[in-house]
Design a protein around this ligand. Sequence first.
Ligand code: PMP
Length: 441
Amino acid sequence: MSHVFPRHCHSKLPTAVGGEGCYLIDSNGKRYLDGSGGAAVSCLGHGNPAVTAAVAEQMQAVAFAHTGFFTSEPAEMLADYLIARAPGTLDRVYFVSGGSEAVEAAIKLARQYCLERGEPERRNVIARRQSYHGNTIGALAAGGNAWRREPFLPILPEMNHIDPCYAYRYQRDGETEEAYGQRAAQALEEEILRLGPESVMAFIAEPVVGATLGAVTAAAGYFTAVREICDRYGVLLILDEVMCGMGRTGHLFACDADGVAPDILCIAKGLGAGYQPIGAMLCSKQIFDAIADGSGFFQHGHTYVGHPTATAAGLAVVQEIESRDLIAQVRQRGHVLRSALEEAFGQHPNVGDIRGRGLFLGLELVADRQSKEPLDPAMKVAAQVKAAAFEAGLICYPMPGTVDGRKGDHILLAPPFIIEEAQVGELVEKLDTAMRAVLPG
Ligand code: PMP
């Protein structure tokens, strides 16, 4: 009997014993093509020798030194690397252990900034309904994923939610993409005005929605309009790139594609590529200076902030991405994967939408393509596709997201950046096998 507490208490999971490139191997020798990098984590695949060596080397030198006493070379170098490439005035990096911690730090930093500026009345956070920002209490409160929040609603701090920019469902017939983007952004201004601008602290959004909708990009102009609205009312823009950042969309930072710079940026997952648990919060010079010149102390912290071994992994990951020109490869393989998905499922009666950017692609599964009617949530179709794909030797990520408050079915694909074209073919073939088993059409 296993004493590990699994997510699904009765599930019997195979034991992962090895990883080679895009494949994971279980104790029976079965190989699984990692079509989602776990949950968009393993961007370099498994068994990367350079990252493994960098981690081992750092552990031998000094595995851990608390940031209350020391900084470390990899933390300094990784922060320099990120800031040299980060958009706008992002100037400082706060390293944490994962995505939820990055979001918690962002929310608390935003609040402290408002206090340092003498605006204590700013306390409202606006987020978007179909979004996921993590599972800790604050991050869960910010997220809008109804089913994840539901059991905990009585203990979540109150936050405010507007519709995301989700063209497949919300763009009207005859409305251009640009007009829809403006209308979707308008919802933010309306919410700021409803709450009272002087009470609003921050707006948080994922540039490409991941864990709730499966790779939904924003309409052209949406984030530019959002940035203008935030500036108009002194509201901080927090972008959560925990899933879509670090090259996944074919840009180092997903917001580069939208031409917008946030005040605070959260990254994780691909930053450590699974070799170490690491996340980061990047903040603008203006925010850092306000705190440095004010109380001089960010009132936050965790034991493993700036962990030397985790940052050594992150540094080796970004060096691999750069030296092997993997972001260009993400774009090219992303096109190949998208075309293959369109060919395989473009006419499938239960595939309503194929979307995303780079190697961050999603399928929205529906009962009817024409009406876009979601599938019956009781059927748990995305979970069934996941199980059938796993049986066939493919890892894909099911999204029990929400569509207008109801559960919807989405499949997320986020394979390693190193995926070969032949493996793209294998991925789509195996997904097709799974889809035929669950949704024969
Ligand atoms: N934000 C986003 C956009 C995410 O996708 C996730 C994880 N799926 C998180 C935050 C939380 O990250 P973690 O699970 O590392 O705490």
